[in-house]
Design a protein around this ligand. Structure first.
Ligand code: 13P
Length: 244
């Protein structure tokens, strides 16, 4: 069976001006040796300049969302081909902040993932339960339900990465126990259509907890928010994944 690729992905969310490209350059300098995949997903305004700044380095660039259509009358939206044209290799889709802020259903996420894959991008499809859903004992139901509905036909390890992000762990400094992460990742591994698909954990990953999270079976990397904004912190997380 093919091994899943290791990936450390940073999600800058709605943070970053051109001056912050210095952090991306510092990350590339700190990650000069070959190792796991390293990805930064800045706001759309920085994708092209970041791709230029990181050209030839180990650090790839990606987007945080795309539209399901190739082009057309969708003011303010960005097509997957445009992300690819700007130098993106990946795109985060179905993040819980988009599911909440923009009422994105898993069906919408699947349509976006199909568009991303057609444009040659790797879709990073996010799933995760709320605290109320976990407290109700519904974690696996919710996560596996989102997974099944968010992946279009043809999703494979080559064009899709899954990120498990418990909503209550995002930006809170709280993380699930290692056993809770393992339970969800083990369930995801049996549910994904291609066993070699990379499975990332996301939610309050920091330099101090990365190594123990990466030691969990079926965790192939992380999707990192706050700690990806500082090159030194993200480089330490990359080093932990390299060592795992
Ligand atoms: P934090 O690492 O800031 O908790 O964010 C996680 C996340 O939402 C990444 O997509």
């Amino acid at each position: 069976m093919a091994e899943a690729c290791k990936l450390a992905a940073g999600n800058w969310k709605m943070n970053g001006l051109r001056a912050d490209l210095a952090e991306a350059r510092a990350l590339a300098a700190a990650c000069s040796e070959p190792g796991c995949g390293v990805l930064l997903c800045p706001p759309a305004t920085l994708i092209a300049p970041m791709a230029e700044a990181l050209a030839g380095s180990r650090v790839m660039g990606g987007g945080q969302d795309c539209h399901a259509s190739e082009s057309g009358a969708h003011t303010g939206d960005i097509a997957a081909r445009m992300l690819a044209d700007a130098g993106a290799r990946h795109v985060i889709l179905g993040h819980s902040e988009r599911r909440a802020d923009h009422l994105e259903s898993s069906e919408v996420v699947a349509a976006k993932a199909r568009a991303a894959q057609a444009a040659g991008l790797v879709a990073i499809v996010c799933v995760g339960e709320t605290e109320a859903e976990r407290d109700a004992g519904r974690t696996l139901d919710v996560v596996l339900g989102q997974l099944a509905a968010s992946l279009p036909d043809g999703s494979s390890a080559a064009n899709t990465v899954i990120a498990y992000e418990p909503v209550w762990a995002i930006g809170t400094g709280r993380t699930p126990s290692l056993e809770q992460i393992a339970e969800v990742h083990d369930a995801l591994r049996t549910a994904v259509p291609d066993a070699a698909m990379s499975l990332l954990y996301g939610g309050s990953v920091k330099p101090g907890n990365a190594a123990e999270i990466f030691a969990i079976g079926n965790v192939d990397g992380a999707l990192v928010g706050g700690a990806s904004l500082k090159a030194a912190d993200f480089a330490a997380i990359v080093a932990a994944l390299d060592a795992a």
